[in-house]
Design a protein around this ligand. Structure first.
Ligand code: KG4
Ligand code: ZN
Length: 359
């Protein structure tokens, strides 16, 4: 690398957010975020009720270079200052991943700088290291994104052991699908959470799947079915669709749904801490922005003298900063080397514990 404070550009394009960021690494210290820029495609996909992969890929193409220019200008750097170009290699939508990988490799080749493919979930997992209260290894991680719900034992960068995961829908998916049933727009997780603030979480008795399963696995598909059944029942009695319900009714069902999801996440996280004997919990991924989850985890962990770490709320959902950070931390830890090989193969399906071995 060119100097003692290498610059790493990170590009995220695995789903419906184009994110670009620049971090600087210093020996013996945590990497520092210099600038980051994000373009969310949510509005474009809303018309379809979910992400349309082909539209996502095309939009990433439009956004990635202007965003790169923005982060370089904000950091007062030029492309020539970049030492490593990192990108999300997977998991995610194949076409969307190809855009980030293609741009990163082209930039690397043009600048004569090495490139590094990063695991998207490792980005989420390490994103709390960008916060004002960064964790220390080892810790238990609760990874709750739109596509994944996992509890991991984390002993260091690249040292990930799966403790439990969802056997069907992810927590974010449960939020989004329930929100859709309640007539909310895509992605409904944050909207359902907001509506829930006005409701009573005990109004409807919804299932807490696998709460007493004795292991650390999750299952949320049944909860979504229970919400659907409840919506159908109420709509039949009222003879009107969910959109016409009084807002308190919708808020009560939203709050009950949220309460069910959060109770399972909190109880399983506590069980993972007990199993491992660890006193540190890291929460990452989009659902990590949920207020009730944070309140309940903070309260439960305070009585157990467990310290909980979160990413900054705006870095919970997908972003380039977490990708640049994960690359920087992998390089610092000597887990991986950036390479001047500009061929690439994205990995739409890629288990996180697989990168504990060679990538
Ligand atoms: O990590 P992320 O940006 O994407 C994936 O890698 O999948 O997470 C997106 C997920 C969506 O399901 C979204 O509804 C959910 O995170 N989410 C929330 C909140 N903010 C985002 N769910 C509940 N409460 C929130 N405040
Ligand atoms: Zn994500």
């Amino acid at each position: 690398m060119s100097d003692t404070a290498p610059l790493i550009l990170g590009i995220e394009s695995s789903c419906d957010e184009t994110g670009v960021a620049l971090v600087q690494t210093r020996e013996g210290e945590l990497p520092v975020l210099l600038s980051h820029a994000l373009y969310s495609q949510i509005e474009m996909h809303q018309a379809y009720g979910g992400v349309v992969p082909e539209l996502a890929s095309r939009d990433h193409i439009r956004r990635v270079l202007p965003l790169t220019q923005t982060v370089m200008a904000e950091a007062g750097k030029t492309l020539k200052n970049i030492d490593v170009v990192a990108y999300t290699r997977g998991p995610g939508l194949a076409g969307a991943l190809l855009v980030g990988a293609g741009v990163a490799c082209a930039l690397g080749a043009a600048l004569g700088k090495p490139v590094l493919g990063v695991h998207h979930l490792e980005g989420h997992l390490l994103s709390p290291f960008l916060s004002a209260d960064p964790p220390e290894f080892p810790f238990v991680a609760l990874l709750v994104s739109g596509g994944h719900t996992q509890l991991m034992r984390v002993d260091g960068v690249g040292r990930y052991e799966m403790l439990g995961e969802t056997i069907d829908d992810a927590a974010g998916e449960a939020f989004d699908k329930s929100a859709k049933l309640l007539g909310l727009a895509y992605p409904g997780g944050p909207l359902l959470a907001r509506l829930a603030e006005q409701g009573d979480g005990a109004a409807y008795k919804l299932p807490r799947p696998l709460l007493h399963s004795g292991n650390l696995d999750f299952s949320f598909a049944g909860l979504k079915t229970a919400v659907l059944t409840q919506v159908q029942k109420i709509s039949a009695v009222r003879a009107e669709p969910v959109e016409a319900w009084p807002s308190t009714l919708r808020a009560d069902l939203a709050a009950s749904t949220q309460a069910a999801i959060i109770e399972v996440l909190v109880k399983k996280s506590l069980a993972a801490l007990e199993l491992t004997g660890m006193k540190r919990l890291v929460v990452a991924g989009g659902v990590g922005a949920n207020k009730l989850l944070r309140e309940q985890l903070n309260a439960a962990c305070a009585t157990r003298r467990v310290h909980v770490h979160y990413p900054e709320p705006h870095l919970c959902t997908d972003n380039g900063a977490m990708i640049a950070m994960a690359a920087a931390m992998r390089l610092q830890a000597g887990q991986q080397e950036a390479a001047r090989a500009y061929t690439f193969e994205v990995k739409p399906r890629w288990p996180l514990d697989a990168i504990s071995q060679a990538v």
